[in-house]
Design a binder for this molecule. Structure first.
Ligand SMILES: Cc1cc2nc3c(=O)[nH]c(=O)nc-3n(C[C@H](O)[C@H](O)[C@H](O)COP(=O)(O)OP(=O)(O)OC[C@H]3O[C@@H](n4cnc5c(N)ncnc54)[C@H](O)[C@@H]3O)c2cc1C
Ligand SMILES: C[S@@+](CC[C@H](N)C(=O)[O-])C[C@H]1O[C@@H](n2cnc3c(N)ncnc32)[C@H](O)[C@@H]1O
Length: 610
């Protein structure tokens, strides 16, 4: 069940929470208040002017609300910080606003209009957990955590240990929202603080002053904004040094990525955002599973919240944010339909769409609505994913590598080994070799082949799949959305539809098979039971191999010093890869990751080594 904000707009147009009976921002001027309370009293923007090359400045906030503080920080950071510095804004929100509520609030904030409109077009479906979004070519990262700070902090704080540079304490007034101002908050602040960490808050309530003081923060009372008499701000008094982020030595910054698929491409983009250059080695780009003509992008939802579905809806937000910004020309926001096609599925789908997910994630359509949405007759109810869609994998992958500025070398890698000075030697098929401090293996189902002897192989299993391309027909051409059933059918592109896919466990043979086309066509006919599914003409076909894991979760993480891996993306690599790329680049750069400790452990290669 999602918690939603209960908001009314007062006579000044300012949003007011009816749950807490408190305003989101000042009726005098939200912008001026935010500037005064949160920026000025954290020494911003002055501190940003002095950031080092590639340095990341991290702000953590309690209570995202309308996102005003984020929008202002984003705007002012770009104005004042050196061009190659980054802002990481991490905010927590228990009662997320809807897009409509945000739009109405932003009418009062013309000063940040160009930024707020960008943000709105990427506002995620507010499902619980973290939504990692990046803006301004990766200079600004937002981790929007949906949930209660009291539950999230214990699972998040180790990620952010000593990495937060400034805290914005902006929950509603302690008298109206005592739950948020518990010791947990102050303890988390201390755990994530270093000797330069500051904080500011609009309140000067005793419980807050005492909590801050006990946690090791200096507490200074200063005049408040507008009608507020006092507020407090201060600095952490502990002697902890901020951990180093990535090295700024250009040679050490270059990372070798082995693989030319979507996982490698997303790693390259995420490293590029952090100023890290990449050398990519693969026989060809998009030559493996990532080279199909069309692919669907949608979250995996279960009838109850599971770690797997949590991962996928989190990944889905990052995927949308990435494709919309980096490859808008190849991203088709068509929507995806999952027709029920039998009674058992109908019941399950009703459960999925009851009140477990936000309506911007998924909705249940009756048969009539489904027909209208699909553009062709389906005649059964369906799950409808309004934000989902499809893309063309090959140009997406190539375009992402281009945008990452990767130096691409079309070679097969024979082996990797340690050099005597602790670097990695990557030996190529033509006898040449490349030396690197950091290497990422993004080699799909071939993952174990290149592992050095001292790293235990992972239980990656290949699953061969063949797609069939069919020519469109008069009755099929109006299909507007991807249909997902036991296979999938994508709307036409240049008169051709992609129909997927077979599933042969343990097979790696790339020869295409006529019987696989028949299998794909039969699956469509048997499921749809519609005249438009009959007698379709095959245009061509393609076979490739998925990399799967026993627990269906992908793998991302460090394998041993300087060697990283990303694999096991299964059947949904285009949904998961952008988030996995962010995680891998975050691990390499020592950033705060957009995951709870549990979720990270479930993705780690170490989970198989128990
Ligand atoms: C038939 C089929 C249909 C699919 N449909 C969809 C879909 O609709 N939506 C979706 O999200 N996902 C879909 N998937 C899954 C998706 O394609 C994969 O999850 C994704 O492409 C995996 O990306 P990857 O980069 O990890 O692996 P790959 O794309 O397989 O890339 C691996 C790369 O490693 C390189 N490599 C391997 N060994 C070496 C070596 N020794 N030296 C150098 N390079 C090496 C390969 O050449 C290749 O470039 C489908 C998969 C299949 C098989
Ligand atoms: C004053 S508003 C935030 C204002 C916001 N910074 C803005 O610019 O709109 C306080 C926010 O804290 C959120 N909040 C309250 N209690 C919370 C909790 N326990 N965990 C997470 N968020 C909480 C509220 O839902 C609300 O959005």
């Amino acid at each position: 069940m999602n918690s939603k904000a209960s908001v009314k707009f007062n006579e000044y147009g300012v949003p007011v929470s009816t749950t807490f009976d408190d305003i989101y921002f000042s009726i005098e001027s939200g912008i001026d208040e935010s500037q005064y309370v949160f920026l000025k009293h954290n020494g911003l923007p002055e501190r940003w002017q002095n950031l080092k090359k590639q340095e990341c400045f991290t702000i953590a906030e309690t209570g995202f609300g309308t996102g005003l503080n984020f929008l202002l920080a984003w705007q002012q950071f770009l104005k004042h910080a050196p061009a190659n510095a980054r802002l990481h804004f991490i905010s927590f929100e228990k009662f997320p606003l809807t897009v409509q509520q945000l739009q109405q609030a932003y009418a009062l904030l013309p000063e940040v209009e160009s930024i707020s409109s960008q943000f709105l077009s990427h506002y995620p479906a507010p499902e619980p957990g973290c939504h990692r979004l990046t803006f301004a070519e990766g200079k600004v990262t937002l981790d929007l955590w949906i949930g209660d700070v009291n539950e999230l902090f214990p699972q998040w704080q180790t990620q952010a240990e000593h990495k937060v540079d400034a805290w914005f304490l902006d929950g509603f007034a302690p008298s109206k929202n005592p739950d948020m101002w518990q010791n947990q908050l102050f303890e988390t602040m201390a755990m994530t603080a270093h000797e330069g960490t500051t904080y500011a808050t609009f309140t000067a309530a005793g419980v807050v002053r005492r909590g801050l003081n006990d946690a090791g923060f200096a507490v200074h009372k200063v005049p408040g904004y507008g009608r507020k008499r006092e507020m407090v701000c201060g600095q952490y008094q502990g002697q902890v040094v901020k951990p180093e982020t990535q090295s700024t030595d250009p040679q050490a910054d270059s990372v070798v990525i082995i693989g030319g698929g979507i996982s490698a491409a997303c790693c390259a983009v995420s490293l590029h955002k952090r100023g890290v250059t990449t050398k990519v080695i693969a026989p060809n780009l998009a030559d493996g599973a990532s080279g199909n003509p069309q692919g669907a992008v949608y979250p995996l939802l279960h009838a109850e919240h599971t770690p797997l579905s949590r991962f996928y809806w989190q990944a889905f937000s990052t995927a949308l944010n990435t494709y919309r910004q980096y490859v808008p020309e190849h991203w088709q926001a068509s929507g995806v339909l999952q027709p029920a096609f039998n009674e058992q599925r109908e019941q399950r789908f009703q459960k999925v769409a009851s009140d477990l997910y936000n309506e911007t994630t998924v909705r249940y359509l009756n048969a009539e609505e489904t027909n209208k949405a699909a553009g062709i007759a389906i005649d059964t109810p369906a799950l409808f994913y309004p934000q989902a869609g499809w893309l063309k994998p090959e140009p997406v992958v190539k375009s992402l590598f281009r945008k990452a500025g990767s130096d691409v070398l079309n070679r097969k890698v024979q082996s990797i080994s340690r050099t005597t000075d602790g670097d990695w030697r990557v030996s190529l098929s033509n006898g040449e070799s490349i030396q690197a401090k950091r290497v990422v293996l993004a080699t799909g189902h071939n993952f174990n082949e290149l592992l050095p002897a001292n790293v235990e192989p992972l239980p990656i299993k290949p699953v061969r799949g063949q797609i069939t391309q069919v020519k469109t027909t008069k009755s099929l051409a109006p299909l507007k959305m991807v249909l997902c059933y036991k296979g999938y059918l994508v709307p036409e592109s240049e008169g051709i539809h992609c129909l997927g896919a077979t599933f042969n466990r343990g097979e790696t043979d790339l020869e295409t098979r006529l019987e696989d086309n028949e299998d794909n066509l039969k699956k469509l006919c048997d499921n749809a039971k519609q005249p438009w599914a009959n007698g379709l003409d095959v245009h061509t076909q393609r076979a490739s191999v998925r990399a799967t894991t026993p627990d269906h979760q992908p793998v991302v993480g460090q394998l041993c010093s300087g060697l990283y891996g990303i694999t096991g993306l299964g059947s949904r690599g285009f949904t998961s890869a952008p988030l996995l790329g962010e995680i891998l680049a975050g691990l390499i750069s020592n950033d705060t990751l957009p995951l709870t400790d549990d979720a990270l452990a479930r993705l780690s290669p170490a989970r198989f080594r128990r």
